[in-house]
Design a protein around this ligand. Structure first.
Ligand code: VGL
Ligand code: ZN
Length: 198
């Protein structure tokens, strides 16, 4: 099999001190850098929202961060404003080895649709182009690491497994938001989709 490492959203806003900080988000950076040496292909994803994005609670009068809303494509968690295009919070963590990246896939740019997965927006239809990139390079096995285990890593891993990739998630190199049991649900969902949790 031809392998690639997919590093999901290791950005300042998901690290301690950031707008949507994931506990211990910065602890995984050194381990991810070290793991890059084992892969010929490294792909980074970057959550990259326009200001006023519809996944931000601030765009929904009367709603607070971490409450739910109903979008045309289904239920959606409302987040604090985060990873706004071009801001320091949207930048990769300073310690992340970005020079090794073959490609950087940005997602969440459509103001009307959130995008957790590296493959499809949350409507589960609009592709990011990553599948085409990987296929045309003959890559069929993916190892995923990054933030957050229960949202972007989870959605990316499940979509990849459904698309036919052999997928492993290195749990030690991920950290979770864990909103109302979302971590346990994500782990169960990944297992069911055939993702290998390492
Ligand atoms: C993420 C919530 C909102 C993630 C991105 O990277 O897991 N979570 N946007
Ligand atoms: Zn986001």
């Amino acid at each position: 099999m031809t392998q690639a490492l997919i590093v999901i959203d290791v950005q300042n806003d998901f690290c301690p001190g950031g707008a949507l900080a994931v506990a211990g988000g910065d602890e995984i950076v050194a381990g991810i850098n070290a793991l890059m040496a084992d892969f010929a292909t490294v792909i980074l994803t970057q959550d990259w929202h326009p200001a006023g994005h519809s996944s931000f609670a601030s765009s929904h009068p009367g709603k607070a961060p971490f409450e739910m809303t109903e979008m045309p494509y289904g239920p959606q968690v409302l987040w604090p404003d985060h990873c706004v295009q071009g801001t320091p919070g949207a930048a990769f963590h300073d310690g992340l080895e970005t020079t090794r990246a073959d490609a950087i896939i940005r997602k969440g740019m459509n103001p009307a649709i959130d995008s957790y997965s590296a493959f499809f927006e949350n409507d589960h239809e609009t592709p990011t182009g990553l599948d085409g990139y990987l296929r045309t390079r003959g890559i069929d096995a993916l190892t995923m690491v990054g933030l957050a285990t229960d949202f972007c890593v989870n959605f990316s891993a499940v979509d990849a497994a459904r698309l036919g990739y052999d997928v492993s998630v290195r749990r030690d190199l991920c950290r979770a938001i864990d909103l109302d049991g979302s971590l346990d649900a994500a782990l169960a969902g990944m297992c069911e989709a055939g993702v290998t949790l390492v």
